[in-house]
Design a protein around this ligand. Structure first.
Ligand code: ZN
Length: 267
């Protein structure tokens, strides 16, 4: 989801609970800092983990005060919940459980619009109740905590997707022959970029992809590499490794959700 969506959602949560605006917004944008450090952090894993967000909240509580910690926790938790609604999903329970969880409710664009509309309604509604009525804030506080617990509990039952990349490549011929057993799992592939490289915008994730074929001996498979998450680009005839999810959801088998990749340098 977009940063602006997380900010507006955080403002609404702060208004509703009376927790400090600045800390809720910081918590609300913090998890996506992982996009700035793709070499060290997987997008939507370490910094989107409720465990890590919880620890940072405790540190802020000790360093500043209880409201700072609670504000960060609220903003961070609802960032994770908002991301859970997308198809890409979140590694909510990292490092204890290495799976992505995803509700895959709708295209990210629609989820952004819905979140902004609901949050704006809540903000306007709150501004109308001019006086700070503590009993309402207290009620909202428990209500919002209930929603958070509900969504995260339901996420456990939503379709989990594996996070980890295998250390060793699977031959493409084996992957295609045993396709059912590899379906929706991370696989490591070695091969040559053997097609023209095209770019395509994909509304489901609101991201642009670099699409190309990888050839390994006589077999070929299409790869969708997300340029918003990993901007470096391959060229035709590069010898590469790619780790992504093998899927049979589309017309032909494909590799998508690529999370690690690079050139194979021959000695
Ligand atoms: Zn995020």
């Amino acid at each position: 989801m977009h940063a602006i969506t997380h900010v507006i959602l955080s403002v609404a949560l702060s208004y509703m609970t009376g927790l400090p605006l600045v800390w809720v917004v910081i918590g609300g944008v913090f998890p996506d800092i992982d996009l700035l450090f793709p070499e060290f952090l997987s997008h939507r894993v370490e910094l989107h983990s409720l465990f890590i967000i919880g620890i940072i909240s405790l540190v802020l509580w000790k360093l500043f005060n209880k409201k700072a910690g609670m504000g960060f926790l609220l903003g961070g938790t609802f960032h994770v919940i908002a991301d859970l609604m997308t198809y890409y999903g979140v590694g909510v329970f990292w490092p204890f459980y290495s799976k992505y969880f995803a509700f895959d409710l709708a295209d990210t664009v629609y989820l952004d619009i819905a979140t902004i509309l609901i949050s704006s309604f809540l903000i306007i509604n709150h501004v109308k109740i001019k006086e700070t009525i503590d009993s309402i804030k207290k009620f909202n506080y428990y209500f919002i905590s209930g929603i958070a617990i509900f969504f995260i509990a339901v996420a456990v039952f939503a379709m989990p997707k594996p996070i980890g990349c295998p250390a060793f490549p699977t031959p493409l011929s084996e992957l295609l022959a045993m396709n059912q057993s590899y379906s929706e799992r991370y696989v490591m592939l070695n091969g040559t970029v053997c097609s023209e490289i095209t770019r395509q915008y994909y509304p489901k994730s609101d991201n642009t992809y670099q699409i190309f074929d990888i050839c390994d001996r006589n077999e070929t498979i299409a790869v969708w590499k997300n340029l918003d998450i990993s901007p470096s680009e391959f060229k035709q005839n590069d010898l590469v490794y790619v780790c992504g999810v093998f899927t049979l959801k589309y017309d032909k088998p494909e590799i998508y959700m690529v999370r690690s990749f690079g050139l194979i340098t021959e000695n």
